[in-house]
Design a protein. Structure first.
Length: 365
């Protein structure tokens, strides 16, 4: 090789293998802290093992899901608050599994950035580990990608993948739901991880002072209320699901109440939601007022204070309510199932909105 020819390195191109190795070493204890029966706790191989028999399953069906955090990440990046978005990432995946009756078993993450720096990745992954502990699943691996030129300085992206299991015959498909079922809601912890493109647009247009106390909660900064991590419902719901007390559940994410509840209903079942039966949280009322947002738009953009909806037989409602409240959940009366086309109608003092099976939202007046 000619001495006159410059010798190129990967690090000169913007990728530090040493930084990646340091990250793997730093997160090792975080990964081990999430271990559970079935997972061995070691990282660094080409794949992670999980043993369903060691987890106590005899004839399991596997349920898989993947998700991200959306533009909530941008708000976290812009305000240098990276410690909780990992919880959001886990929550968006594991809450999708529990609605099918599945216990989350293991989780893998994908963290991509232009350059690993300032311990940001460690803070994010610490949040992922915390989310896994809250959900009772093991963080068995993942991928950290340093890609110069793909992201603006300081930016990163997150994705997660989770696998759960349910014994054959115990999965929730919604087929048991019928007219007469009662709809209960579990309170959300905030906006969760949907609708943040609208939140950020409002923040910019209205000139919100994110580092000042929220108008609706003087004890907390506005940015803290917006970035409150998504509530993980797994540990409170799983015992009740296994006891056969819930016939269907809907995780209220993008599409809100209007579009998510019909996803778990059989033909001939229509959800009627009474939006006046629970008090809107201060944050939701603030967003609606700041954006002059129509109630129907609220019902299909935000969770409106309800993070999970359960379909329960009337005879089991009080038992379910009692057990969930004892476990620390705030249980809300949401509505009922009636005979009709598969879909959802949200009624309140300000109007009525309906979503058909094809997810077309209609204002009924």
């Amino acid at each position: 090789m000619s001495s006159d020819t410059p010798s190129y390195t990967y690090e000169q191109a913007g990728v530090s293998i040493d930084a990646g190795n340091r990250l793997v070493k730093a997160i090792g204890p975080l990964v081990k802290s999430t271990m559970r029966p079935g997972a061995d706790g070691e990282i660094g191989g080409f794949g992670g093992f999980f043993d369903p028999k060691a987890a106590g399953y005899k004839d399991p069906l596997l349920v898989a899901g993947n998700d991200g955090v959306g533009t909530k990440l941008k708000l976290a990046i812009d305000t240098d608050r990276h410690d909780h978005v990992g919880i959001d990432l886990v929550a968006m995946c594991v809450n999708d599994l529990i609605v099918q009756g599945a216990e989350p078993l293991f989780f893998l993450d994908y963290f991509a950035t232009g350059k690993l720096e300032n311990g940001v990745a460690e803070r994010v992954i610490a949040g992922i580990a915390e989310g896994c502990k809250q959900a009772g699943c093991a963080l068995i691996g993942g991928e950290t990608a340093e890609m110069p030129g793909m992201y603006a300085s300081g930016d990163y992206d997150l994705a997660g993948f989770c696998v759960g299991a349910v014994e054959r015959g115990e999965q929730l498909t919604g087929e048991r739901v019928a007219p007469g079922h009662v709809l209960l809601g579990l309170a959300s912890s905030g906006v969760h991880s949907n609708g943040f493109s609208l939140v950020r647009r409002l923040a910019e247009d209205k000139g919100w002072k994110l580092d000042r106390p929220a108008l609706f909660d003087q004890d907390r900064l506005l940015v803290e209320t917006l970035l409150e991590p998504t509530r993980i419902y797994v540990k409170t719901l799983l015992p009740i699901v296994r006891d056969g007390l819930i016939d269907a559940m809907a995780h209220i994410t993008g599409g809100g109440l209007l579009e998510n509840i019909p996803r778990v209903l059989p033909q001939g079942a229509h959800a009627e939601v009474d939006a006046d039966s629970w008090d809107q949280p201060g944050l939701m009322a603030f967003l609606q007022a700041q954006g002059n947002i129509e109630p129907g738009e609220m019902a299909r953009t935000f969770n409106c204070g309800v993070g999970m909806v359960l379909a329960v037989e009337p005879s089991k409602v009080e038992l379910v309510r009692s057990r969930l409240e004892d476990a620390g959940e705030q249980v809300l009366a949401v509505g009922q199932i009636v005979a009709g086309d598969k879909g959802c109608t949200v009624r309140g003092s300000l109007g009525t909105w309906s979503a058909k099976e094809d997810w077309e939202a209609v204002h009924l007046g």
